[in-house]
Design a protein around this ligand. Structure first.
Ligand code: SAM
Length: 280
């Protein structure tokens, strides 16, 4: 265990949250810190200049991103160890959350250096709280893999989570992601929060199958997906059996395949399917 108090002129690493669209979504303290530090490390200096110019922040800015992380991490931590006050910002929202910076924090912490968060917006929580899907318990999944098989394996891992799931996605990958979600998670309720805090902020909700019909969704987006429920699985399982039967499968074959697909006991699936049929 390590507990340590600090001297005010020691070096420090500030992790500063910045707006996710609307330049006014920044705290007074964030502006004060960004003006007072020795250096700012930004993911993309050109993007950050828009914010920094808006608030007349003249602190020197340097780049720190995925591709120069390895060499920059040691350099930045050495600077802090030497007494520098440094702020890290990303293009939007909280650094570290699906953005670079973790390695610096980890190394700085392991050396007992000061690290402090200047909190503010993150697209994940901003989307969750306005989605209308429970935010009581949630799992942040972030970006899924671009490759179908890897993406589906990642979804398999969270398939039975009862928590609400939060995904980040780029617009050009939305269709593939929704396809994989439909295949692995079943036809759950989802909400897409698009362009949050910007002029054309938009809320799209429905079953995955319904949202998949919408074409051409552009801009930044977060997908909020309801967690696993036995009821949703039951509906999924039975509708999958119906789907296979409509494709020409014999009922017994359909039940056998679907039991395998969902990793369920065949007799149970059969029994549930009969009850489901009776109710219709
Ligand atoms: N660090 C950021 C945070 O705290 O939210 C996330 C950075 S990640 C590289 C960028 C992703 O965040 C986008 O692909 C999108 O999924 C989401 N995002 C960022 N800004 C958004 C906005 N204004 N509206 C909706 N989603 C947004």
């Amino acid at each position: 265990m390590r507990i340590r108090s600090f001297d005010s002129d020691e070096g420090i690493l500030y992790l500063v949250a910045t707006p996710i669209g609307n330049l006014e979504d920044i705290t007074f303290r964030a502006i004060k810190i960004l003006k007072s530090v020795d250096k700012i490390y930004a993911e993309d200096t050109r993007t950050s200049f828009v914010l920094l110019n808006h608030y007349d922040i003249k602190t020197p800015v340097f780049s720190y991103h995925e591709f120069n992380q390895a060499e920059k991490t040691r350099q930045i931590v050495d600077e802090i160890a030497g007494g520098a006050k440094i702020a890290i910002i990303s293009d939007a929202g909280m650094p570290i959350i699906s953005d670079p910076g973790f390695k610096i924090v980890s190394l700085a912490r392991s050396q007992g250096l000061r690290v402090s968060t200047i909190p503010g917006p993150s697209a994940s929580l901003s989307a969750l709280i306005s989605s209308g899907i429970s935010g009581a318990k949630f799992s942040f999944v972030g970006f899924l893999n671009a490759k179908d098989s890897k993406r589906e394996a990642e979804l398999e891992e969270v398939k039975y989570y009862k928590d609400t799931l939060i995904f980040y996605e780029a617009p050009h990958r939305l269709n593939e992601t929704l396809n994989s979600m439909m295949k692995v998670l079943g036809d759950r309720n989802i909400v897409i929060l698009r362009e949050l805090t910007k002029t054309y902020e938009e809320y799209i909700s429905g079953k995955i199958s319904e949202v998949m019909e919408m074409d051409n969704l552009k801009g930044e987006m977060v997908i909020i997906c309801e967690g696993y429920t036995e009821v949703s699985e039951e509906v999924d399982v039975n509708s999958k059996i119906d789907e296979l039967i409509s494709l020409g499968y014999k009922p017994n074959e359909a039940i056998k395949d679907v039991s395998k697909m969902f990793n369920l006991d065949r007799k149970e699936v059969y029994k549930n399917y009969l009850t489901y049929k009776d109710k219709r």
